[in-house]
Design a protein around this ligand. Structure first.
Ligand code: ADP
Ligand code: ZN
Length: 762
């Protein structure tokens, strides 16, 4: 056997591979994807073998010390995907690898922890070892010990040893818990457990932890439903894609309630029958027990769940269940796109337009796009599902890059709600001021409350009151070059376009109607809540936004109260817009549709349309038809008009024309480069110099804009500047950008970030 060389990517950030010698006794076990321990400098570090070679350019290679774990933890395809990601998103390779492989898998490979498990004395231990294939039994299936002695101890303990009382209460309530889980609730848990053990109330034993996050729910098995014709057509198209040798991407465009999930389930069944597995991505906010149950209920023990709410241990176990093939279906948020399902037959991305699929730290990948790329690398089918697909995705379907399946009808044949547009300029004219609620909306609220129906009021105010809007005529100060609202900077007042970097003085009267009251008059959710409570003193009004849901379960608590009818009017931000299903909500008011529209972001129109469509989907889910009022200063805006008619394609046609004229995505790719400094002048100087430099280095493939202050120019004491880059050849430009940024050697006190295919450019 000739001496071999392994290319190893070490865990420390150096963005390059190192050659190591493979000693003869390890030759059989060293393969791509295997984790190894290698000498590095004077230390030893971990790394991944990313390739093998016969010889190396360098002499005197150091040997690999050891192979960690049983075999590869990452397939060659996933390694390839990580490499592609690092190039495309201009991020270091090991950073990409870190995104692909959860930390807990990288660091504790092959270790299934023995954990200390506490039960009340006399209780049986839970079944150890890998989760059984059947629907997992809940803790209540175990014979429960008599809790009376423990309960009797609780009260005296509470005075003398409150920690012990807390622990004991948890153990009684859950029927048993791992010590490390108890420890998460506060310090001193371990000592408390030991003390309780000494008292003879609890028993502690070592167990191989089976951390099945779904084990605590009892889930009913469901059978496939007979499909409606539109679902049959969609499934047929997807099955075709699965069965070809080089599968394509299918865009499933189906209105809310059209039965998309049932189609996903049956498509997954199709790949399982071929001995392959599937990945389902859902937005983080949709990862509720109800969503998971739909998959778990159909496929029982085959489902592994991956999301940020899992403990490290759970994540480790779920990952390994997939790697060993004990589970064949991964359901999760963003990062589940890298789940080790093998062989992989299908990736489903539900609500594919969601911005939460974009990772907000480096590498800033979009899980939807990574799904498409992974599908291409692994020859597996990809289904993108949505009621309001991203413009880019629908464009790809239009141009034949994706196949399109349309499901325009609701399964239950319920009518879509009527959407009414209220012109707030008329209201301002009539009352002489800018009001929060129009007379039409107030009348409608009164009528609904009289009939004991529920109302949702929606105000998307996230604090970016940064554009200038005339309340009389609806005029918005806009950059001629980019058709984007100017950002209004309050300190030394000026307008700036953050896409092209153009600056303008603030006009003292409206260019449209010459009114001097030309400024933003904003209202937040809190003021709206107060105002509506005063107008309807007998109604129970609650607010749901980032402020009222800061504590862990507040979100669910408010929704439960709303569901059970304890709340009449719910006021909220986009938090209440998505995925919620309340049959008794018959009226929805959008208080200020313009708010999102006039953000300095060319996707503002698209986002407004999606939001309005989603909000409208919340009304009339039950027997009574719903009604939606959209209050706006720009009633003829295409996004508002299309939302009124619930006309996706109409919106698409207009919007795509706008994008084409200005060469916005999908006609180009947009990179947002951001630089920060504690000192404004320094950030500005470095950004300006970098912009100059990049303009030369990336020409002629990319257009590099002048550096400009970000729409939120100062965040937590950091001054932010942006450089926008547009190109049609993203892959080539990304590679050059990465090199150029390294060569530029930016000062350490001016950190920067690169966002390729940026979605949020605030
Ligand atoms: P979507 O994911 O498109 O919003 P869902 O899959 O949630 O729609 O379907 C909406 C409702 O219709 C669900 O309660 C689902 O169980 C039901 N449903 C879906 N397909 C069928 C069908 N073929 N027959 C009867 N009910 C169905
Ligand atoms: Zn501009």
């Amino acid at each position: 056997v000739p001496d071999r060389v392994a290319k190893v990517l070490v865990d420390v950030a150096l963005d390059r591979e190192f050659d190591y010698h493979v000693p003869a006794h390890l030759a059989e076990r060293v393969a791509p994807g295997v984790q190894v321990a290698v000498p590095f400098g004077r230390r030893e570090t971990r790394g991944f073998v990313v390739g093998l070679a016969e010889r190396s350019e360098r002499s005197e290679l150091k040997p690999i010390r050891a192979v960690v774990g049983k075999g590869p933890v990452i397939s060659e395809k996933l390694l390839e995907l990580a490499r592609w990601m690092s190039v495309y998103y201009a991020a270091p390779v090991e950073q990409a690898l870190r995104a692909v492989l959860p930390g807990v898998v990288r660091h504790r490979q092959g270790r299934f922890k023995e954990r200390l498990f506490v039960t009340l004395r006399g209780a049986e231990a839970p079944a150890a070892g890998p989760a059984a294939d059947a629907v997992a039994p809940g803790p209540c299936d175990r014979p429960a010990p008599d809790p009376t002695p423990a309960l009797r101890l609780l009260d005296p303990l509470r005075l003398r040893a409150p920690r012990q009382a807390d622990v004991l209460e948890r153990v009684i309530a859950t029927g048993g818990a791992y010590v490390h889980q108890l420890a998460r609730a506060g310090p001193g848990a371990e000592a408390a457990v030991r003390a309780l053990e000494k008292k003879g109330v609890v028993t502690v034993r070592k167990e191989t932890e089976t951390r099945d996050p779904l084990a605590r729910h009892t889930i009913l098995k469901t059978e496939p439903l007979p499909l409606m014709p539109q679902q049959q057509d969609a499934l047929r198209l997807i099955a075709q894609a699965i069965d070809t040798r080089h599968p394509s991407v299918v865009l499933l465009h189906g209105v809310t309630g059209s039965g998309k999930t049932e189609v996903y389930l049956q498509a997954m069944d199709h790949v399982l029958r071929q001995g392959k597995g599937a990945i389902v991505l859902v937005p983080e906010i949709a990862l509720t027990p109800q969503t998971l149950e739909r998959f778990q209920g159909r496929f029982a023990g085959q489902v592994a769940v991956l999301h940020s709410g899992l403990s490290e241990g759970e994540r480790h176990d779920e990952w390994h269940r997939l790697l060993d093939g004990r589970a064949r279906i991964a359901v999760g948020a963003r990062s589940a796109v890298f789940a080790p399902v093998c062989p992989l037959g299908l990736i489903v991305v539900d609500e594919e337009q969601e911005h939460t699929y974009k990772q907000d730290e480096a590498p800033r990948y979009n899980a939807r796009d990574m799904a498409v790329m992974r599908g291409r690398l692994e020859d597996c089918a990809v289904v993108l599902g949505s009621a309001t697909p991203a413009l880019e995705s629908f464009w790809n379907a239009r141009t034949g890059k994706y196949a399109l399946a349309a499901m325009p009808h609701r399964v239950d044949h319920r009518r879509m709600p009527a959407v009414r547009v209220v012109d707030m300029r008329v209201e301002a004219e009539r009352t002489g001021r800018v009001s929060v609620f129009s007379r039409e909306l107030l009348d409608a609220i009164r009528a609904r409350l009289d009939r004991a129906e529920q109302v949702m009021l929606f105000l998307n105010r996230r604090g970016y009151a940064t554009s200038l809007l005339c309340p009389k005529c609806g005029h918005v100060a806009t950059c001629d070059q980019c058709c984007l609202p100017y950002t209004y900077h309050r300190q030394n007042p000026r307008l700036s376009c953050h896409l092209c970097g153009g600056l303008r003085p603030v006009p003292d009267r409206c260019p449209g109607c010459q009114d001097p009251a030309f400024k933003f008059a904003g209202v937040g959710t809190q003021r709206a809540e107060e105002a509506i409570a005063k107008l309807f003193p007998k109604a129970a009004v609650r607010r749901m936004d980032a402020d009222t849901t800061a504590t862990k379960d507040a979100h669910w608590h408010i929704l439960r109260e709303f569901r059970t009818g304890k709340i009449d009017i719910l006021v909220g931000t986009q938090m209440i817009a998505k995925g919620l299903d309340f049959p008794n909500v018959t009226l929805i008011g959008v208080l200020h549709a313009d708010l999102g529209m006039h953000m300095p972001d060319f996707r503002a129109g698209e986002r407004t349309f999606q939001l309005l469509t989603q909000v409208a989907g919340r009304a009339g889910r039950g027997e009574i038809p719903g009604e939606v009022f959209v209050q706006t200063f720009t009633p003829f805006h295409p996004a508002v008009q299309a939302a009124r008619r619930l006309d996706y394609e109409g919106f698409f046609e207009q919007e795509v024309e706008f994008r084409r004229q200005l060469q916005y995505p999908p006609f180009s790719h947009l990179v947002c480069l951001e630089l920060r400094s504690r000192v404004e002048a320094r950030a500005q100087f470095v950004a300006a110099a970098l912009s100059e430099r990049l303009r030369k280095e990336l020409a002629p493939q990319a257009a590099v804009a002048a550096a400009a202050p970000a729409p939120l120019p100062k965040v937590k004491g950091w001054y932010r500047f942006q450089i926008m880059i547009r190109t049609r050849a993203m892959q080539a430009v990304a590679a050059r950008l990465k090199v150029a940024l390294q060569a530029a050697r930016l000062p350490a006190d001016v950190p920067y970030s690169v966002d390729v295919d940026a979605l949020a450019i605030l």
